[in-house]
Design a protein around this ligand. Structure first.
Ligand SMILES: [Zn+2]
Length: 352
C-alpha cells in the first residue's frame, strides 16, 4: 500500500494532485494544546467552539490572499486533534494537510518505556506502527491520512528517545515515501546532525525539510544543508521575538542570489491558538506572527529586494508540491517489524 493513490497528496478532504496544491504554507499549526492539561486545568483563553470559528475565518481570509494549501504540523506531543481540524477543514476553501510524527526534544511518555522490542511489554515499536498507520490508513479512525512526518531535535541533542523517534520517522519514510520535516535549532547548527542521522537510515536528503532554518543568518550553514540536498524551512516569518523579519528576508534574498530558490520553503509556524504562547501573549510580543504575514508583508519585501516571480512561485508552489508528493516507498517488500528492529539495533550499536 502506498501513501496515496497515484502519488496524490492526502488532505483533510481527500487526495489532491500535487500540481493542484497551489501556493502552500508548509509549516503551520491550527491548534496547539495539551489535552491532559485542558482536561484538568483548562486554559482561560481556550474555547474550542470559538477557536473553530476563528480558524475558519482565518483560513478563509488566507484563501482570499492566494494561499491554497496549509500543512498543519501539529503532531503527537502538541495536542493533535484531527477530528477538530476536520470540522474546520470542511468549512474552508484551502486544502489542509495533516502530519504524523512526535514532538519531543528529550523524552517520550512512559508508555513508550514499556512498549517496543526488548522492553517489558515488548512488541514492535509503536512509533513505527503509529506513523505508518497515520499515513496509510488514516489518523484516529477518521480516514484522514498524514502527508508529512515531523520530528524534533533541540538543545538536548539526540537523546535516546529522540533517536527512537527519528529512527521511526526514517522507517516510516522508507515504507511510505512521505517527506520528513523537522524542528531544528539552527543556532546549534543541528540541522546537519538531523540530516546525517536520517540519511544514515536511508532517507534521501531530497525528502528532508530542515525546519526553522530561517532562524539563522549563517549562510555557510544553510548552504551546506541545501548543498547536501535538503530543503531549508524558512518557516518562522512573523516570529520577530526570535529574529526580525527584515533579517529573515535578507537571508532568503542572499540565498536566492546564490541560486537556492529550489531548496527553500516559506511559512510562519503560526497557530490560531497555542497554549504555549496564547493569543494574549502573541498580541503583545509577536503581532506579525499569523498566517497572513507572508502574503501581506513578506512577499512584497522579497519582491522589493529583487526576488523574481519565478523565485516566489518556486518557493511557495513548486517546492511544496515536490515535497508533498509521496516518493515511491523503498521498503515496501520488507516487514515493518524486521526493519524497526534493525533500526533499533543500529541505534544501540552506537552508530550515532
Ligand atoms: Zn512548528
Amino acid at each position: 500500500m502506498t501513501s496515496a493513490p497515484g502519488g496524490a497528496v492526502p488532505t483533510f478532504r481527500g487526495a489532491v494532485r500535487p500540481a493542484e496544491l497551489g501556493p502552500t504554507l508548509i509549516h503551520e499549526h491550527v491548534f496547539v494544546g495539551d489535552p491532559e492539561l485542558d482536561l484538568n486545568h483548562p486554559h482561560p483563553e481556550w474555547d474550542p467552539a470559538e477557536a473553530v470559528e476563528g480558524a475558519v475565518a482565518a483560513l478563509t481570509r488566507l484563501h482570499e490572499l492566494g494561499i491554497r494549501t496549509v500543512v498543519d504540523l501539529t503532531v503527537l506531543g502538541l495536542g493533535r486533534d484531527v477530528a477538530r481540524i476536520a470540522r474546520v477543514a470542511e468549512r474552508v476553501p484551502v486544502h489542509l494537510v495533516a502530519a504524523t510524527g512526535y514532538y519531543t526534544s528529550n523524552v517520550l511518555p512512559p508508555f513508550f518505556r514499556t512498549h517496543g522490542p526488548g522492553r517489558l511489554v515488548g512488541g514492535p515499536d509503536p512509533l513505527v506502527e503509529y506513523f505508518v498507520r497515520d499515513i496509510e490508513d488514516g489518523i484516529a479512525g477518521t480516514g484522514i491520512r498524514a502527508g508529512m512526518i515531523k520530528v524534533v531535535t533541540d538543545e538536548e541533542g539526540i537523546t535516546e528517545d529522540v533517536a527512537r523517534v527519528l529512527a521511526a520517522a526514517a522507517e516510516a519514510h522508507l515504507r511510505t515515501g512521505v517527506t520528513v520535516t523537522t524542528h531544528s535549532r539552527p543556532a546549534l547548527r543541528n540541522g546537519l546532525q538531523q540530516l546525517a542521522f536520517l540519511r544514515a537510515r536511508g532517507v534521501p536528503p531530497e525528502r528532508i525539510v530542515i525546519g526553522h532554518s530561517g532562524d539563522t543568518e549563517d549562510l555557510a550553514y544553510l548552504r551546506r544543508l541545501m548543498d547536501e540536498g535538503a530543503t531549508a524551512g524558512m518557516d518562522r516569518f512573523g516570529m520577530e521575538h526570535v529574529l526580525p523579519d527584515d533579517r529573515r528576508v535578507a537571508t532568503v534574498l542572499a540565498l536566492l542570489r546564490l541560486g537556492y530558490s529550489d531548496r527553500m520553503v516559506l511559512s510562519h509556524d503560526a497557530a490560531c491558538f497555542s497554549r504555549m504562547t496564547p493569543p494574549s501573549w502573541r498580541a503583545v510580543h509577536a503581532p506579525h506572527w499569523h498566517y497572513e504575514s507572508i502574503s501581506r508583508r513578506i512577499l512584497p519585501m522579497l519582491t522589493a529586494g529583487g526576488a523574481s516571480e519565478d523565485d516566489i512561485r518556486q518557493m511557495m508552489t513548486a517546492n511544496p508540491a515536490r515535497l508533498l508528493a509521496p516518493a515511491t516507498p523503498v521498503a515496501g517488500a520488507e516487514t515493518g517489524v524486521d526493519r524497526a528492529d534493525a533500526a533499533i539495533r543500529r541505534h544501540h550499536g552506537g552508530s550515532s
